[in-house]
Design a protein around this ligand. Structure first.
Ligand code: GRG
Length: 301
């Protein structure tokens, strides 16, 4: 039985710290960016997700001995990249969805051109948040460079964008589990892995601990998507805050279509077990992070 007790505290702390940064950021942007575009940026940043990625950043940072609340700026930077990806993912040229986080998607609330521009504008906002956080954490420039590379690489063609590209190209095709893993390790997993790495880098983790955090993030990132596929097939739109059953509608191969619900759940469990084992005997204070991995595959939204 997975213990997810410590996850609630970590998620609550991540929400409090990160949301304060995101609210300040949204306020500044809507003052600086005129008209519809500023409003759309503030709208996208004002939606409340689960904050799993910020919690992974905080959990990894604390696990590696970091103590400053300024890590919230790094967590906010990742959340902003994630937010941009959701805004663009929902566009008519991608998954074409009208509900996200319990509200109309950004292109429905505004229009496609505004949502597209708002998504693009969030990328430099994320970099700015990262740079500010590095300054607050008094990190030397080599570590800021390493963190920038980690975040941008995960968000780029070797990660999220490349995975999304493959995912779109695969619509209507039957994939096997190996092909699905390649797509989702990029589309969803890369940013999740980067969260764990960013926390470790910010805390000054050594090579052994960094390798453990990377391996943990690699497995949890894929487990997250397997759980997402199960929720899409079994959850309600009300609970998910987005349209349920979208994968079947778009004729997407998913872990559920390939493995079935029960085997997909079992696969998510195996991945998390493996992820948690990666953190053992590393000197990392890994309990909250391990609990968070359990939450990621037992969540209901
Ligand atoms: C140019 C091809 C190209 C792509 C642009 C849109 C995009 C980049 C990538 C899509 C990435 C994406 C949306 C992956 C899905 C990840 C996922 C399962 C998101 C849901 O995450 P949750 O459940 O959401 O954490 P909340 O709302 O809780 O934050």
């Amino acid at each position: 039985m997975l213990d997810t007790g410590g996850a609630a505290d970590l998620l609550a702390r991540a929400r409090t710290l990160t949301d304060a940064r995101l609210a300040a950021c949204a306020g500044r942007i809507s003052r600086e960016t005129p008209g519809h575009l500023g409003e759309a940026l503030a709208y996208a940043l004002g939606t409340t997700g689960k904050r799993v990625r910020p919690a992974l950043v905080l959990g990894s940072y604390h696990a590696a001995g970091g103590t400053s609340d300024a890590i919230a700026g790094v967590a906010a930077a990742v959340e902003v990249v994630h937010t941009y990806s959701l805004v663009h993912d929902d566009l008519p040229c991608m998954d074409n969805d009208d509900q996200r986080r319990g509200r109309p998607t950004t292109h429905v609330a505004f229009d496609v051109a505004t949502a597209t521009r708002a998504g693009w504008l969030l990328v430099p906002v994320a970099v700015e948040l990262l740079v500010e956080a590095a300054k607050e954490l008094s990190l030397e420039s080599a570590r800021l460079l390493q963190m920038s590379r980690t975040l941008l690489d995960a968000g780029g063609f070797r990660g999220m964008v490349g995975g999304q590209w493959l995912d779109l190209a695969a619509e209507g095709r039957d994939l096997d589990a190996g092909q699905l893993a390649t797509i989702h390790r990029g589309k969803t997993g890369a940013l999740i892995r980067a969260c764990c790495e960013l926390g470790g880098i910010a805390a000054g983790a050594g090579p052994g601990q960094m390798a453990a955090l990377t391996a943990f993030g690699h497995d949890v990132g894929l487990a997250f998507q397997v759980a997402d596929d199960v929720l899409d097939a079994t959850g309600s739109s009300e609970a998910l805050g987005k349209t349920a059953g979208r994968d079947a509608l778009l004729a997407k191969s998913t872990y559920v279509s390939v493995l079935g619900v029960e085997e997909a759940r079992a696969e998510a469990g195996r991945l998390v077990e493996q992820a948690v084992a990666r953190l053992q005997h590393t000197g990392l204070a890994a309990e909250p992070l391990s609990d968070l991995a359990g939450f990621i595959i037992t969540r209901t939204s």
